[in-house]
Design a protein around this ligand. Structure first.
Ligand code: BGC
Length: 252
C-alpha cells in the first residue's frame, strides 16, 4: 500500500476538518474541507460526516482521524466535549465501516503533538516538551526526549476546585465573554500550575487559539519559553495522517 498520501481528519467540538496530507513533508496537499460538527455529536452522526469528507476527496485509501477524548486501540474511553454515547465505542471499526476506508483513530492532541514534534515547533527538541492545544477543550501532550506518552488528560486538572477546562479554554473565554487580558490571566494560571507539575523545558501552544498569540502571549510568565505551534491548526490533520501511516505499516 502506498502510504505517502493519507487523508487526515480532525474531529473537533465545532467542526470536522479533513485534507489529504503528504506525510513525508508534513504538508496539506489540498484545501481543508470543513463540515460543522453535527449536534448532538453522536458517533453515528459524526461517522456520516466522515463519509461525506471521503466522498468530497473521492478517497478510498487510508484515513487517520483525531478525536477529542482518550483512545485506546481505536476505542473511545472518554468524551468530555462530545456526546456520552461515544464511550467504549470502537471508532476504528465504526468509521471504517461508514467510509469503506481503513480508518485509525487517535487522541486529537496526541495527533497534533506528533505533527509538531516531527515538522513544527518541537522539531529536534530534546528534554521535556509540553504541548497544550487550546480550543473547545484543553489538550495536553508531553514528549520526553522525543517520545510521547499517549492520552495524557491534564486539561482536566483542578483549578480553583473545578475542571481547568471550564476556566481556561478558548470556549470558556467565549462563553463567559471574557476580554483577552482576563482570559490570558486565567490561561497563565493554568500554565503555571502545569509547570509546577511537569517542569517542561519548552511549552508549545496549539489549537484554534494559537492563531491569536499576539493577544495573549505577552501575559504568559512561565519559566519555560512558550512558543506557538508552527503548523497552527493544521497539526491535528497532519498528525492524524502520520499516525494512520504508522499503524498501516505496523499491520502490513
Ligand atoms: C479531552 C482531550 C482532548 C482535548 C482537546 C479534552 O476535553 O478530554 O482528550 O484531547 O479536550 O480536544
Amino acid at each position: 500500500m502506498k502510504l505517502r498520501k493519507i487523508l487526515g481528519i480532525d474531529i473537533g467540538g465545532s467542526g470536522v476538518k479533513g485534507a489529504i496530507v503528504d506525510t513525508k513533508k508534513g504538508e496539506l496537499l489540498t484545501e481543508r474541507f470543513r463540515i460543522p460538527t453535527p449536534q448532538p455529536a453522536t458517533p453515528e452522526a459524526v461517522a456520516r460526516v466522515l463519509k461525506q469528507i471521503t466522498i468530497h476527496f473521492d478517497w478510498k485509501g487510508p484515513v487517520g482521524a483525531g478525536f477529542p477524548g482518550v483512545i485506546q486501540q481505536g476505542v473511545a474511553r472518554t468524551a468530555a466535549n462530545v456526546d456520552n454515547s461515544w464511550i467504549d465505542k470502537d471508532l476504528n471499526k465504526l468509521f471504517s465501516k461508514a467510509t469503506g476506508c481503513k480508518v485509525h483513530v487517535v487522541n486529537d492532541a496526541d495527533a497534533a503533538g506528533m505533527a509538531e514534534v516531527k515538522f513544527g515547533a518541537g522539531n529536534g527538541e530534546m528534554g521535556t516538551l509540553l504541548l497544550v492545544t487550546v480550543g473547545t477543550g484543553l489538550g495536553t501532550v508531553i514528549f520526553s526526549n522525543g517520545k510521547l506518552v499517549p492520552n495524557l488528560e491534564m486539561g482536566h486538572i483542578l483549578l480553583h476546585g473545578a475542571d481547568a477546562e471550564l476556566y481556561a479554554t478558548d470556549a470558556a473565554r467565549k462563553k463567559n465573554e471574557l476580554d483577552w487580558d482576563t482570559w490570558a490571566g486565567r490561561f497563565n494560571e493554568y500554565l503555571l500550575r502545569m509547570e509546577e507539575l511537569v517542569w517542561p523545558d519548552r511549552i508549545i501552544i496549539g489549537g484554534g487559539a494559537s492563531k491569536k498569540g499576539d493577544k495573549f502571549f505577552h501575559h504568559l510568565t512561565t519559566k519555560a519559553p512558550v512558543v506557538p505551534a508552527k503548523l497552527m491548526n493544521e497539526a491535528g490533520i497532519v498528525g492524524a495522517a502520520m499516525v494512520s501511516k504508522y499503524y498501516n505499516k505496523l499491520e502490513s
